[in-house]
Design a protein around this ligand. Structure first.
Ligand code: C5P
Length: 237
């Protein structure tokens, strides 16, 4: 069954922890991204795990293989339950990430899920800075097939691509999908940069395993209720 991941995109620990405490019991996963991690560092992962959440450390590593190996080893040591790299980094970088994951494990620790970012959900065709840009969906599918060949556990993609990716890579290959917008929500607080978006029930029907939702929950008047309503919609789908 698909699981809900709330993106804690906050500039400081105080805001993130207040929101997280509000969501205890309502969602299994939270996501620590670039903004929060850059401001507050590794303690965000440990503090959120102490509240009982599984933590997706969304730092989208993309560097030379040795550096990515070290970054994933550090993330694994920290106890992150899910980590991601960019698929476009290629085979050697992905292999470095897998090696780093194995090196970071302590006995008895469950290995974090290692995903590859295909094409960001904010990217439309006109945003790809190439003369003959491929369709984002086609590029995402190609990168997902590669990520599977590299031995990664799944991909970050738009739910619009999940069905095709599952068809090619198999049902056990995870699709984690941001760009979720509940149908009943008007403008999303904080502006909206997402392009390839779907509703929670569409995402589930397309085969998404993890739905990442940020502003529709964190910007809601009652975030816990908003999260519960999305979780209900997922269950019904
Ligand atoms: O607020 P919103 O629901 O758009 O948040 C989506 C979250 O998912 C953000 O934290 C963003 O960084 C992340 N994300 C994304 N698209 C990707 C990968 C991550 O939107 N392809």
């Amino acid at each position: 069954m698909a699981e809900l991941v709330i993106a804690l995109d906050y500039p400081d620990a105080a805001g993130a922890m207040t929101m997280a405490r509000n969501l205890v019991g309502a969602v299994p996963w939270v996501k620590v991204g670039l903004e929060l991690f850059t401001a507050e560092g590794p303690r965000m992962v440990t503090d959120l795990k102490e509240l009982g959440f599984k933590v997706f450390l969304d730092l989208k590593f993309h560097d030379i293989p040795n550096t990515v190996k070290g970054a994933v080893r550090s993330a694994t040591r920290l106890g992150a339950d899910m980590v991601n790299i960019h698929a476009i980094g290629g085979r050697r970088m992905a292999e470095g990430a897998l090696e780093g994951r194995d090196l970071g494990l302590v006995p008895g620790q469950e290995a974090p899920i290692l995903l590859a970012v295909t094409v960001l959900t904010s990217v439309g065709k006109g945003d790809i800075p190439l003369e003959n840009a491929p369709e984002p969906g086609d590029l995402a599918l190609d990168l997902a097939v590669k990520a599977k060949q590299y031995g990664l556990s799944g991909v970050v993609c738009s739910a619009l691509e999940a069905e095709r990716i599952k068809g090619r890579c198999g049902g056990g290959f995870y699709c984690l999908t941001p760009g979720i917008r509940p149908a009943d929500k008007g403008a999303v607080v904080g502006g909206d940069d997402q392009r390839r978006v779907v509703t929670p029930s569409q995402a589930v029907r397309f085969g998404s395993d993890f739905l990442v939702v940020g502003r529709p929950v964190t910007g809601a008047d009652d975030p816990k209720r908003a999260a519960e309503s999305i979780a209900r919609e997922m269950l019904q789908a």
